[in-house]
Design a protein around this ligand. Structure first.
Ligand SMILES: Cc1cc2nc3c(=O)[nH]c(=O)nc-3n(C[C@H](O)[C@H](O)[C@H](O)COP(=O)(O)OP(=O)(O)OC[C@H]3O[C@@H](n4cnc5c(N)ncnc54)[C@H](O)[C@@H]3O)c2cc1C
Length: 463
């Protein structure tokens, strides 16, 4: 929908009064896309606004709401679901200037930050003070804490420590038609009302705009020792994953990468990979120095059964190189063909083997090269179909493959999304896994928060 030029002009004038002229501008390419650009998604907007404080966010939302203008909240733009892509014109509200640490009390293991603080900065500040903020989504240098909360982001260490929401004790947010509200705070328990904080977590900017959050931290483990098992094929690799679980080894991560992913990312792997590498598992042991080293020894023993090789870096720089390599896997996969359609389905761990086989079969049926990697311990697979973005027919086949994938996840008792959210790319797919009454409640909640459907419209739509 194109808004009339005079209406946009009037709104721009009002927004300039509210946040200052230099913080209202016409959209540049950066603000019209996120990581779904690798599958050809790009939106359009009338204006971008970058408020500098929570009160200004509230004023901007009120002005947009009054004029019937859609508002698309934007964090770091690293999302894989198109949640920050403006579909319907309107205003992109970027949180980039809300980037202050509001309070940090290391002795109380807590921090309050504005929504635009980068994930890596939260983790760095915690680490420099002997603490850990465990959520570790892979684009931490670019993503923002507000975006992580809005998507309830995971990451490799979610296996032991849980996803972002587990570390949020309070949220300040602007909700339609422009009210600033706080739910929770620096409290570690709160069961007084309905859990509005948890409703906002993972709501993908459709219920409120997060302006700041109270975060819970923990003392950092003294040592973390990853062990990589390399296998000839998925059968042996999945056997190793099952053995880690079955032996009750309390590892912090339990990651996997299939053979095609290992081929794509082989050049940067910080160790030597044997010929015939067809699958890899990364399990990390953490704790005090003695706990971590004893657990790493057990993990090594279990992973080496049926392995081509086991790689166990012990020095800090080597370990950092391994995780940097792991963070770069997504980009190495994209580089294969210039584009990819990548989803993040999740299945019960006992159905993991079937999910891997299913992905392969869907790729073949749709004549697409497929691969997958992800968080095996959580049953969370980044199932990916490689495409050349300029090839319309391949894009259409990838869309149909993604549909089959969602059906597969639902049929295995899983979910269409374990990490990235619904955004625009999984619109309507929730109906595969929820009964009608649950879908009605989902839609009713949206109406209560946002009666005019102006907050990130068209996203997280369940059916
Ligand atoms: C290389 C790579 C690796 C990744 N690895 C992981 C991973 O391991 N785990 C994982 O979960 N994800 C991963 N991601 C996806 C992405 O980083 C996460 O979804 C992240 O949480 C998005 O944060 P962002 O700040 O970039 O948000 P954006 O992409 O800007 O926005 C995401 C959604 O949140 C909404 N939003 C953003 N900020 C706010 C706010 N302040 N208030 C309300 N709504 C808001 C947007 O409207 C949109 O719907 C990865 C991405 C890349 C590129």
């Amino acid at each position: 929908m194109t808004r009339a030029a005079h209406a946009v002009e009037r709104l721009a004038k009002r927004l300039c009064e509210l946040v200052g002229e230099s913080h209202v501008f016409l959209p540049t390419a950066f603000y019209l896309a996120d990581e779904t650009e690798t599958r050809g998604l790009r939106g359009q907007a009338d204006l971008v606004v970058t408020p500098g404080e929570a009160g200004e966010v509230a004023a901007v939302v009120a002005a947009c709401y009054r004029s019937g203008t859609p508002i698309v909240p934007r964090g770091g733009g690293t999302g894989f679901a198109g949640g920050a892509v403006p579909l319907d014109g309107g205003v992109v509200l970027s949180l980039e200037r809300l980037n202050r640490v509001l309070s940090f009390e290391p002795a109380l293991w807590r921090m309050r930050v504005e929504a635009g603080v980068r994930t890596s900065d939260v983790r760095r500040l915690a680490r420099e003070n002997g603490l850990l903020f465990p959520p570790d989504p892979g684009a931490a240098e670019s993503s923002q804490i507000g975006g992580n909360i809005a998507t309830n982001a995971g990451g490799p260490h979610a296996f032991k420590y849980g996803v972002t929401g587990a570390w949020v004790t309070g949220i300040e947010a602007v909700v339609p038609p422009g009210d600033l509200v706080s739910v929770g705070g620096p409290v570690r328990k709160d069961v007084a009302g309905y859990d509005l904080k948890s409703l906002l977590i993972g709501s993908e900017g459709t219920l409120g705009i997060i302006t700041s959050a109270w975060l819970r931290l923990m003392p950092a483990p003294e040592v973390a020792l990853p062990v990589v098992g390399v296998y000839a094929d998925a059968g042996a690799g999945v056997g190793a994953i099952e053995a880690v679980l079955g032996n009750g080894l309390p590892v912090a991560t339990l990651e996997y990468l299939d053979g095609r992913v290992m081929t794509a990312a082989r050049a940067g792997f910080p160790g030597s990979l044997p010929e015939g590498t067809g699958f890899a598992v990364i399990a990390e042991a953490d704790g005090s120095a003695s706990e971590a080293s004893s657990l790493a020894g057990e993990v090594q023993q279990v992973l080496q059964d049926g392995a081509l090789t086991v790689h166990a870096p012990a020095a800090t720089p080597e370990i950092a190189r391994l995780w940097r390599w792991r963070d770069g896997v997504s980009h190495a996969v994209t580089a294969q063909r210039g584009g990819k359609v990548s989803e993040d389905v999740v299945v019960p761990v006992d159905r993991f083997r079937e999910a891997l086989q299913g992905i392969e079969a869907i790729g073949s049926r749709n004549e697409l090269e497929s691969c997958s990697w992800g968080h095996a311990g959580d049953g969370n697979l980044h199932a990916t179909f490689l495409i050349d973005r300029s090839n319309e027919a391949a894009l259409a086949r990838a869309a149909s493959a993604a549909n089959e994938l969602f059906a597969l996840a639902a049929s295995l008792g899983g979910s269409i999304s374990g990490e990235h959210g619904v955004g625009v790319v999984k619109r309507g797919q929730l109906a595969r896994q929820w009964p009608t009454r649950a879908l009605e409640l989902h839609e009713g909640i949206k109406r209560v928060f946002d009666p005019e459907n102006l907050l990130n419209p068209g996203k997280k739509v369940p059916r």
